[in-house]
Design a protein around this ligand. Structure first.
Ligand code: GAL
Length: 662
């Protein structure tokens, strides 16, 4: 469990570097990320390489005892490069070229940019491959930030047909898979397929889905190019990328397969404003962030590289990019840091060391203020440093599987976005709501992709597995047969991978497992909310989406009905099917009953409190703006390491747990 920081030596005078390095060490920081936006300083004009300043920065940081993460600088192609190769620029859906002047202006498909990237990455790799202080390399920076995955550049359009040919083999297969006979869209050559933009009305959904897969694969290829280049240059350390929050535009599982460590950039306050929460929730958590925002992403990215993950950028104060940028409640920087470690992070690295007095992010806090004096997070950083020293005396390395796992699928999210069918059907919000319901029950949660192993779980939940094939159904059946309980949400199995309605109707490949057949869908506009009373007496409602079933072809038992008589929950041999998007309180009640049925212990946590275990330790976090009391009997008082049963706002309690696990 180590602390880190993002540092930009090129922003500060050289004679300040040694002091910065000493102060980092003094504050308990051991890992420093540098370099990721430095291209114009490394190569001010084509071929004019100036690495000496970076050599010196590396030496200064290394001499102080810091370990370095070297970022490749490709997220910011400099002006000379764009002027010489304007074809590298991405093009948006209106056909407008995304111009130079900020960052991330390149198109992932561009062969020119790939060649130029390979060159600068190779030069950096060769220069620093064997430096003992450089422990890891970061590829680029935040793939996709500022909506940069979908590009309709000439390069992307030229590449798409070849990608389709590799996927479908023949145009006949493509026409069949897509159903291009509809509206006379059949093609006789792959080259006739156009990118799905600029159409009079909605483009063909199967083409849109494949275009999104294609753009995702372009990120995979681009990242792999950087990884392969670094390895060929002799780099042997870990390779990492910093993913983002609330971002689903490419399949992160696919990109992460080429990495050693997944990391992500945690900005809980900025993302509260961007999230789909109502105003009351945003007001309640204005200075803390939503209690499940960080936890969800920790668990998602932990799933990507065999459990190895970091927070590469942790918000240390107000950010600059949300609609309203709140200052964190005192204590939150400490809470966010411990929470990441509780979920298994190896490193928590703050963004950034010192607030820049210039440029776009001058209103973004750092650990130091623009004048170099400590900013508000500083005392919290020192407290975390001291607390980590105490925790380090104990074995916190044991990875442990959570009792429950949630299946997360990027292609299913894209499918919902392509045909929402009901106003406000935001699939990521639905996934987060299921995750929240589980976490409100005090559970540790793993996340899996549809391709991951499913063994060892007491409970598997699939909130919205729109695209399901026979292979997934077989793996779920096998898990069920070995005693795992499965809960499947509405809309699951409603499309084939080719974006067609399955031959046996929804839930398609999951029909046999669930014992359910969907007859039709009732898209629920805002305010249309069929009510339901659950077995424990809790009342809830459906929103946005409700499957209405074909009763003749449904063999599962109806467990609960909506007040209008339609089934809400069905069950068959260890598998439950929820027919609707259900309000979060009802999900809590339903999932609690499911846990009870498979022997998982749950806790009635006060509002805003979350738990997480790491090895023998249990952590509790209070996101509420008021004090909270942990349930009687939960905390082992003899094993207290920090805090107490009474949690002030933004407070953390850590203890040795003697809790029984299933
Ligand atoms: C991240 C990015 C950083 C910085 C930060 C500000 O998205 O990686 O470079 O811009 O946001 O919050």
């Amino acid at each position: 469990m180590q602390l880190g920081v993002c540092y930009y030596p090129e922003h500060w005078p050289r004679d300040r570097w040694p002091q910065d390095a000493r102060d980092m060490m003094e504050a308990g920081i051991r890992v420093v990320r540098i370099g990721e936006f430095s291209w114009s300083r490394l190569e001010p004009s084509a071929g004019d390489l100036r690495f000496e300043w970076l050599d010196e920065a590396v030496e200064v940081l290394a001499a102080a005892g810091l370990k370095i993460v070297m970022g490749t600088p490709t997220a910011t192609p400099p002006k000379w490069l764009v002027d010489a190769h304007p074809e590298i620029l991405a093009v948006d859906e209106n056909g407008d070229t995304r111009g130079y002047g900020s960052r991330r202006h390149y198109c992932f498909s561009s062969p020119t940019f790939r060649t130029l990237s390979e060159r600068i990455v190779r030069l950096m790799g060769e220069r620093y491959a064997n430096h003992p202080a450089i422990i890891a390399w970061q590829t680029d920076n935040e793939y996709g930030c500022h909506d940069t995955i979908l590009s309709y550049s000439a390069a992307a359009r030229a590449r798409f047909p070849a990608w389709l040919e590799a996927r479908y083999g023949s145009v006949e297969a493509l026409n069949e898979a897509w159903g291009t006979v509809f509206w006379s869209m059949e093609v006789s050559e792959f080259s006739q397929v156009e990118a799905p933009v600029g159409t009079v009305t909605e483009p063909h959904p199967a083409i849109v889905l494949d275009y999104r897969r294609f753009c995702s694969d372009m990120v995979v290829e681009y990242n792999r190019l950087q990884v392969d280049t670094l390895r060929a240059a002799g780099v042997s350390g870990d390779i990492v990328h910093n993913f983002m929050g609330l971002f689903t535009e490419f399949d992160h599982f696919d990109v992460a397969r080429d990495l050693d460590i997944a990391s992500w950039d945690s900005y809980p306050l900025g993302f509260l404003e961007r999230g789909a929460h109502d105003d009351a929730t945003k007001a309640q958590y204005r200075q803390q962030g939503h209690p499940d925002f960080a936890g969800f992403h920790h668990d998602l990215y932990r799933a990507m590289c065999k459990g190895r993950w970091w927070v590469m950028e942790q918000q240390p104060g107000p950010v600059n990019w949300a609609i309203s940028n709140a200052a964190p409640l005192p204590g939150m920087v400490r809470l966010w840091s411990h929470e990441a470690f509780a979920h298994g992070a190896e490193v928590v690295s703050y963004f950034r060391w010192r607030q820049a007095p210039f440029a776009q992010e001058q209103m973004h806090a750092g650990l130091l203020r623009p004048d170099g004096s400590p900013a508000s997070a500083w005392p919290e950083l020192l407290q975390v440093r001291d607390e980590l020293a105490t925790l380090a005396e104990h074995d916190t390395t044991t990875a442990q599987q959570a009792p429950v796992t949630l299946m997360f699928d990027y292609a299913s999210i894209w499918a919902c976005q392509i045909q929402p069918h009901a106003e406000n059907f935001n699939p990521l919000e639905l996934y987060l709501s299921w995750y929240s319901a589980l976490r409100r029950l005090g559970l540790d949660v793993d996340i899996v992709s549809p391709r991951d192993a499913l063994s060892g779980y007491s409970l598997i939940v699939l909130p919205c597995q729109v695209i399901a094939d026979e292979a997934l159904a077989a793996r779920l059946s096998a898990a069920r047969d070995s005693g795992t309980r499965v809960v499947i949400g509405a809309r699951s199995g409603s499309r084939t991978p080719e974006f067609q309605i399955p031959a046996q109707l929804a839930p398609g490949a999951l029909s046999e497992l669930t014992g359910v057949t969907v007859d039709r869908v009732d898209g629920l506009r805002p305010g249309a909310e069929p009510a339901v009373t659950l077995s424990n007496g809790a009342r809830g409602h459906a929103l946005r989406w409700r499957d209405l079933l074909d009763h003749q072809r449904t063999s599962a038992q109806v467990v609960t009905r909506f007040e209008d008589g339609e089934p809400a929950i069905l069950h068959q041999r260890g598998v439950s099917y929820l027919t609707a998007w259900l309000s979060e309180d009802s999900l809590v009640a339903i999932l609690q009953a499911e846990c009870q049925a498979c022997g998982i212990t749950t806790h009635a946590l006060p509002d805003g409190v979350r738990l997480r275990r790491r090895g023998p330790l249990c952590f509790a976090f209070n996101y509420a703006p008021e004090p909270r009391w942990l349930p009687e009997g939960l905390v082992n008082d003899r094993g207290l390491l920090a805090g107490s049963r009474v949690l002030a706002p933004a407070d953390v309690c850590i203890w040795f747990s003697d809790e029984k696990r299933p």
